[in-house]
Design a protein around this ligand. Structure first.
Ligand code: ZN
Length: 486
């Protein structure tokens, strides 16, 4: 149904993420109005298999899926309409790494100037106050923030499970369901406390059996393996310095049995190499392979310090990487070898990382950060906006093991964003809407649509509960701050 393809140059010199739909669903042929049509866009960047870009485009939705795409003058009837005049339409951005609960300790003054290990040691005791109310409220605010920034699918890595804290991940899923966001929470875990040579205090670690039993419970309760799923669970021991090798190995076995994905931090800090060599006798990614994680079931956060051979191994395994530009800058982590990873064939997605290390959760900012860092590291020809858009959509989908999101093809899920390219910030940026989207700005969504339903409409959340939730969030954050500075 694509018509009048534009003449934008959108080839990328490097490998492309695939977006082939598996078992492509049939769209019912009917004369009934569509559920939703988004009209009047300057350009629809579909990110489909041929990277079609449609000038003056519209997108029609039925049953939560993209049902048709066309050009001006051929707009169909629909029950609901969104105007996208002056906008670029892209697939919804996919956030592949986050710790949403940390928005309760954003820009936390006592922890601002240490390295990663100091920062964590300061904040672990504060986070040990996490309970179901805090998990629900922080997830609601964090997911709302992501939606406003053009994110439609996000993961969350919740690895602090204090004793008596309750069912934190089910509380987050309630928030995602209420807001209408597509959600991939991961059951994080820490099992190696200070007394055993790890980093976290005893109050936030659990034993291996308890972690694995709760992981299985959450998968059985919430994981939806079907095409178009709104909730999927992955298993996510935190990092080499907070879990035992035995837990890593048993978690990989459990993920295989339950057929769910695996996630962890790896090669995140320069002193992680020293820690792993001293305590495990091997480099972080050697450890990763030895405990059974080198596979296409896994995606890892940061991956700043793989050597050349390890980049090749990540590609061979099919292991995805969540590149976190803002966090890597704020913690001073370093410049990840994104160019080398993509050239080698590694699936690279983008992630905000935790709201106490990145402090804001905007996938547009992460996309722009990915452009800037790649060019700082490799020069101006090393990265372009379309390649970043590919990482933020198809690359993220590949990290999460999905082919039904990350592109606007007929039959794919109707997850999309209308980005305004108008006004003072975009004046004069007339030659290429995709480059303008990332080089001008800052930008945020005019409309964010998830599963065919607007979550953000005309720049505001559709939900009417924002003030109530902000009040609840402030109460919890104030209590935590008071307790930490008492
Ligand atoms: Zn992280």
């Amino acid at each position: 149904m694509l018509k009048n393809r534009s003449t934008w140059s959108h080839s990328t010199p490097h490998r492309k993420e695939s977006c082939t739909l598996q078992n492509e669903p049939r769209i019912a042929q009917t004369t009934e109005p569509y559920d939703l049509v988004i009209t009047g866009a300057d350009l629809v960047a579909t990110m489909d298999a041929t990277r079609n870009e449609v000038r003056g485009g519209w997108v029609a939705v039925r049953d939560g899926r993209v049902a048709a795409i066309g050009t001006a003058g051929t707009e169909p009837d629909a029950t609901d309409r969104l105007r996208a005049d002056g906008c670029l339409i892209t697939p919804g951005l996919i956030n592949t790494h986050h710790h949403i609960y940390q928005n309760l300790t954003r820009s936390f003054a006592p922890a601002l100037n240490g390295d990663l290990f100091d920062w964590l040691r300061t904040l672990y005791p504060v986070w040990s106050r996490l309970d179901e109310e805090a998990s629900y409220v922080s997830a609601w605010i964090g997911l709302a923030e992501l939606a406003l920034g053009g994110c439609t699918t996000t993961t969350d890595h919740l690895y602090v499970h204090p004793r008596g804290g309750g069912d934190l991940i089910s509380a987050e899923i309630t928030a995602a369901t209420e807001l209408g966001m597509r959600f991939h929470p991961t059951r994080g875990s820490m099992s190696l406390s200070e007394k055993d040579g790890g980093l976290p205090p005893n109050s936030v670690v659990q034993d291996d059996d308890e972690i694995l039993a709760d992981s299985e419970r959450l998968v059985l309760r919430h994981h939806d393996a079907s095409d178009g799923a709104m909730v999927r669970i992955a298993l996510a021991p935190c990092s080499p310095f907070s879990v035992t090798p035995a837990l890593m190995r048993r978690t990989a076995e459990l993920a295989e049995r339950l057929d769910v994905r695996l996630h962890t931090h790896i090669a995140e800090a320069s002193n992680e190499d020293e820690y792993c060599l001293a305590t495990l006798g091997k480099r972080p990614l050697e450890h990763f392979e030895d405990v059974g994680w080198g596979s296409d079931r896994s995606w890892v956060a940061h991956c700043i310090f793989p050597n050349e051979a390890e980049v090749g191994r990540l590609a061979r395994w099919g292991t995805g990487v969540a590149h976190c530009p803002s966090s890597n800058q704020l913690i001073g982590g370093g410049l990840a070898p994104v160019r080398e990873m993509r050239d080698a064939g590694v699936h690279v997605g983008l992630g905000c990382d935790g709201s106490a290390s990145t402090d804001c959760a905007s996938m547009w900012i992460e996309a722009r950060g990915a452009l800037l860092l790649a060019r700082l590291r490799g020069g101006p020809a090393s990265m372009r906006a379309r390649e970043v858009l590919e990482m933020a959509t198809l690359g993220g989908a590949a990290c999460l093991g999905r082919t039904d999101i990350g592109h606007l093809s007929v039959g794919a899920m109707a997850d999309l964003v209308c980005w305004p390219l108008e006004g003072i910030l975009f004046a004069g940026a007339l030659s290429d809407p995709v480059e303008a989207w990332l080089r001008c700005g800052p930008n945020a969504a005019r409309h964010t649509v998830v599963h065919g339903r607007p979550v953000v409409r005309d720049g505001s959340l559709v939900s009417t509960r924002v003030d109530e939730m902000l009040g609840r969030h402030r109460t919890i954050a104030s209590d935590w701050l008071a307790a930490a500075t008492r």
